[in-house]
Ligand binder design. Structure first.
Ligand SMILES: Cc1cc2nc3c(=O)[nH]c(=O)nc-3n(C[C@H](O)[C@H](O)[C@H](O)COP(=O)(O)OP(=O)(O)OC[C@H]3O[C@@H](n4cnc5c(N)ncnc54)[C@H](O)[C@@H]3O)c2cc1C
Length: 392
């Protein structure tokens, strides 16, 4: 399609930059409400659909997909085992997280599966999604009709949705001095391996003096493991035997079966927030505006929650001329973002410091925090509420 017919830019209501969880959720929500949009994605479809990262959709995200009639089609997946196992020095303790949250389970839906489903649903509905698009540049963001140029194309629109992740172009298109950014490095290294090793009975997190480790199911015959590692070292160089030895030690499980390791990654234990999440007619969504440590599994869920609020706001503005949702978009998203940042840091410190013998006082504090989850029902319920995802 020629986007500059007769020198005029082609038109749509929303240009969505990026086809990750944020962009594809937004595209589907808008499509379901009859609002026109075009999605521009820098990479090819195979790359986008194969990118493995997050694994869990929280209950709030499932409710959001449900509101658009997409729950089964997009968010369908095994409900996470009722119990979460937290093993301290090899001793298991079980927490009924969905029960404590009032019967709100999360679901095991790997990120690549979610994105594949969202892409299929959008294309089946006649959506306009362009892969492999270079030089995407949002322009005239402070005007009534912004433009997005790319390759040799150009689109004029009412709104730009910057859904292009932490390294994308959207946030960088905001003029200097407009955004305030906050970042925090937890000073903790995380190594994650995907392996053909039987799934654990329950999602498992383990505290030990050898360092933190976790094991989660990725189907019945595969597991994703996480291991804390000293910062400044690249654990992808560890021999496999050493990785398995460390996992057995930390999980307190001599019988842990090893298997072929099919993926190795180092995960950033960094947090970042940009405020506000809007500039003129552009709105930042998901990782374009904030990144969060994986502890608590909130990164993808925040992206979906942002997309939901933006879709609602755009629909209200387009259908009823009500722009209050757009005006309040940034502050509403940031309230949840900071709430989850606090939760993720709280969780990270508890699970890492509780085994760290280098600081005895801090270790006892972390153990007290952990113990409170098993001795105080209100404390456990507050934890479970955040795991299930908050509505506001
Ligand atoms: C290694 C790793 C492990 C993680 N583990 C978890 C986890 O266990 N649980 C969890 O909840 N979260 C996890 N996350 C975070 C989660 O993956 C992100 O929060 C989520 O992907 C955010 O979605 P998004 O759509 O905002 O951004 P992204 O997924 O980054 O998608 C952005 C899209 O924009 C495209 N793009 C970028 N630049 C441009 C451009 N200039 N023009 C056009 N398109 C562009 C990209 O190709 C990409 O498709 C993890 C992240 C990483 C890196």
């Amino acid at each position: 399609m020629d986007d500059r017919r007769g020198g005029m830019a082609a038109e749509t209501t929303v240009v969505i930059v990026g086809a990750g969880p944020a962009g594809m959720s937004l595209a589907n929500f808008l499509q379901r409400r009859g609002v026109g949009c075009v999605v521009l994605e820098a990479r090819d479809r195979e790359y986008v659909e194969g990118r493995q990262r997050a694994g869990v959709i929280d209950h709030r995200a499932e409710e959001i997909f449900g509101e658009f009639g997409l729950a089964e089609q997009v968010a369908g997946g095994a409900p996470l085992e009722t119990l979460l196992e937290i093993r301290v020095g090899g001793v298991p303790r079980l927490l009924d997280v969905p029960g404590l949250a009032g019967g709100r389970p999360s679901r095991l839906v790997p990120q690549q599966l979610l994105v594949q489903r969202l892409i299929r649903s959008f294309l089946d509905g006649g959506g306009d999604l362009r892969f492999g698009v270079g030089d995407v540049t949002p322009r005239d963001l402070d005007r009534e009709r912004p433009r997005v140029t790319y390759g040799d194309g150009e689109l004029s629109c009412s709104y730009v949705a910057g859904c292009d992740g932490f390294h994308g172009v959207s946030r960088r298109s905001v003029p200097d001095g407009v955004l305030t950014t906050y970042s925090f490095d937890h000073g903790i290294g995380w190594y994650t391996v995907l392996a053909e090793s039987p799934a654990p009975r329950y999602p498992l997190m383990a505290v030990s003096r050898h360092g933190f480790a976790a094991q989660f199911a990725r189907g019945p015959h595969a597991s994703r493991f996480y291991l804390q590692h000293p910062t400044g070292e690249d654990p992808r160089q560890w021999p496999d035997e050493y990785t398995w030895e460390q996992l057995r030690l930390r999980l307190g499980d001599d019988g842990l079966r090893d298997g072929r390791i099919t993926g190795r990654e180092v995960v950033d234990m960094r947090s970042f927030v940009a405020e506000p999440m809007a500039y003129g007619k552009m709105f930042l969504v998901g990782d374009a505006a904030h990144i969060i440590t994986p502890m608590g599994a909130k990164g993808m869920n925040l992206a979906i929650a942002d997309a939901y609020l933006l879709a609602r706001a755009i629909v209200a503005a387009e259908r009823d001329g009500d722009v209050s949702g757009l005006a309040g978009y940034s502050s509403a998203c940031l309230r949840r973002t900071w709430d989850y940042q606090e939760f993720s840091r709280w969780y990270t410190e508890m699970m890492h410091f509780a085994g760290d013998e280098s600081d005895a006082f801090r270790r006892r504090l972390a153990l007290a925090r952990l113990d409170r989850l098993f001795s105080s029902p209100p404390a456990a319920a507050a934890f479970a509420d955040l795991m299930a995802g908050t509505a506001v």
